[in-house]
Design a protein around this ligand. Structure first.
Ligand SMILES: [Ca+2]
Ligand SMILES: [Ca+2]
Length: 247
């Protein structure tokens, strides 16, 4: 016989934020005790949070605990945890926070007002070709950036914004967050083929003297990003002539 006032699923489940590769205890329950066991269904919106599919609140009690654990993440994930019983659904949220990844990206020679404000970072498993995740990251005028990185692994991060040569640097988040990443990019690749060569010089020469808005203006030859193609751009190209970027 069920009590006249039906208990409902409470605001449980209660979960706490966990780091990637962590474990912890959550709680699920009902508002009032029943004289019979109550089986709650649990759910997680992410495969990165593993918890039991069901938990039992024993007869006469209002809550039960369960174990949960997290897997490694490529990026910080917010996870919805749900508890379902008798047509009633309750949800709560937790975060699996990827380790911070910050430092300085030096965009060689770009001191003008058209300097890029974001770059795309490609994250790969160390030494492997396939991209795990690409993140568009804001770069402050002083070159500093802050994002997060895949947890608990050695990875390569590559960046190739426009006319800079590609740079690939290896990092390790197994000890935790990284705050002093230094990524330095060489300028001069007007045609984007990851080498500074005669082809780039020819593009620069073609646009020489042009300013933004001019049909001859080529933004990929405006190496110092000051809005016009001039001697400053030529000097940057000459400085890195013959260089190639990383894979
Ligand atoms: Ca080139
Ligand atoms: Ca320029």
């Amino acid at each position: 016989m069920i009590a006249a006032i039906r208990p409902s699923v409470t605001d449980f489940p209660v979960v706490v934020n966990l780091p990637p590769g962590g474990s912890g205890v959550g709680f699920a329950g009902i508002t009032g005790p029943l004289p019979l066991d109550v089986t709650l269904q649990l759910g997680s919106s992410s495969s990165k949070l593993v918890l039991p599919e069901t938990v039992v609140v024993p007869a006469g009690q209002t809550q039960t605990s369960f174990l949960m654990y997290t897997r490694d993440v490529l990026s910080t994930e917010t996870v919805t945890v749900s508890s379902f019983w008798d047509g009633q659904l309750r949800q709560s949220f937790m975060e699996i926070a990827a380790p911070g990844f910050g430092g300085v990206i030096n965009l060689d020679g770009a001191n003008g007002s058209l300097r890029p404000t974001t770059v795309d970072l490609e994250f790969r498993e160390a030494g492997l070709p396939n991209v795990l995740i690409t993140k568009t990251v804001a770069v402050a005028p002083d070159g500093t950036f802050l994002t997060d990185a895949p947890s608990n692994r050695v990875f390569d991060v590559s960046v190739k914004p426009g006319h800079w040569l590609r740079r690939t640097v290896r990092f390790d988040t197994r000890p935790g967050a990284i705050s002093g990443a230094a990524i330095s990019l060489l300028n001069g690749d007007c045609n984007g083929d990851n080498t500074v060569s005669i082809a780039d010089f020819l593009l620069l020469r073609q646009a020489f003297g042009a300013s933004a808005g001019d049909p001859r203006f080529n933004p990929n030859a405006d190496l110092n990003r000051d809005g016009s193609i001039g001697i400053g751009d030529f000097l940057l190209l000459r400085r890195n002539f013959g260089r190639s970027g990383d894979q």
